[in-house]
Design a protein around this ligand. Structure first.
Ligand SMILES: Nc1nc2c(c(=O)[nH]1)N[C@@H](CN(C=O)c1ccc(C(=O)N[C@@H](CCC(=O)O)C(=O)O)cc1)CN2
Length: 300
């Protein structure tokens, strides 16, 4: 069986289109322009690309974009002061601090200093707790994007067996909470899981988020299962020339696609949904702050 390829790029474009329509209506009817502030500390090349992309897409959907680029040697106090300033700025409805931060900075303290209502990354401990107890929260963008793709493909996820490989706070844990919220039977697998291939073989839904290039082969996949590959790993590609690289996921795409019912590619799968969901979250945060109804289909 050849799997359906879930086109994250096209899906993300549709989500951005929906966000743009809502933003236009917010402006016209309520005179309200959602604003997203993105903070980047240091010169990590990948982070620079992501932040540039976020700024561009924010403007494209009609929102206001505020970019704050700080030098790598920025101290904790300066960063916390900027977060405080953004918390009290009424034109800023969403705040995102690009990760990873340089090692000398206390990431947890910075994330927990963001006003939870403006925490469009969903990393603040209040949002983590709200999500974990099934209450209305800001939901981390990557897992939200995965959930949207799964819902679109399956309709209802109720009663399905799901395995999330990876237990990070950013993807694995919130992903498991979201699947549980949609009434899946959820297993979180990790480096100490016994007989991982057997655990994965039981799953109707496999979300791979470990950051290990092509770790999951096709013979771990139950025939017809949905495979959501969150990994974005850069590996050497000597076939493209000296020193060249290419991106691969956490799953072996070709062998998994032969067995799965649906699969997300890398690149062009989960990655583009992350930024689309950031825009959706900024819209949601703006509506909540103004006491307006939330956009349908763009939240968990
Ligand atoms: N504060 C945050 N920091 C980080 C997050 C996050 O959600 N919040 N996630 C990642 C990086 N990230 C967004 O910030 C991100 C990663 C990848 C993509 C993407 O579209 N990837 C493309 C491939 C891009 C390439 O060629 O390198 C794809 O998969 O098709 C978007 C956003 C860590 N930091």
């Amino acid at each position: 069986m050849a799997a359906t390829i879930i086109d994250g790029k096209a899906f993300a474009a549709r989500v951005r289109g929906q966000v743009a329509e809502h933003v236009a209506r917010l402006k016209e009817v309520h005179g309200l322009t959602p604003g997203l502030a993105v903070v980047l500390v240091g010169e990590d090349p990948a982070s620079q690309v992501y932040v540039r992309s976020k700024g561009k897409q924010t403007v494209e959907v009609g929102m206001a974009s505020f970019e704050h680029k700080l030098p790598a040697e920025t101290d904790q106090e300066t960063l916390m002061a900027l977060v405080e300033q953004l918390n009290s700025d009424p034109s800023v409805h969403g705040i995102l601090v690009q990760l990873p931060l340089p090692d000398h900075l206390d990431e947890e303290a910075v994330l927990n200093a963001i006003n939870p209502a403006k925490d469009v990354d969903g990393f603040h401990i209040s949002n983590v707790g709200l999500l974990g107890t099934g209450q209305k929260a800001m939901v981390p963008c990557t897992p939200l994007g995965c959930l949207m793709m799964l819902r679109e493909h399956h309709g209802s996820l109720s009663g399905m067996d799901a395995v999330v490989i990876g237990r990070s706070n950013i993807v694995g844990k919130p992903m498991a909470q979201l699947l549980l919220g949609d009434s899946c039977t959820v297993t979180i697998a990790h480096s100490r899981t016994k007989d991982l291939p057997e655990v994965v073989r039981r799953a109707d839904i496999v979300v791979a988020a470990v950051g290990r290039p092509e770790m999951v082969p096709g013979d771990w996949i139950k025939p017809g299962a949905s495979v959501i590959d969150v990994g974005i790993n850069r590996v050497p590609a000597p076939e493209k020339g000296d020193g060249k690289t290419r991106l691969v996921g956490d799953c072996q795409f070709d062998s998994c696609a032969e067995i799965a019912g649906a699969i997300t590619p890398v690149p062009g799968g989960v990655g583009p949904m992350t930024i689309a969901c950031l825009l959706a979250n900024t819209l949601t945060a703006t509506c909540r702050a103004a006491g307006l109804p939330e956009p349908e289909g763009l939240t968990a």
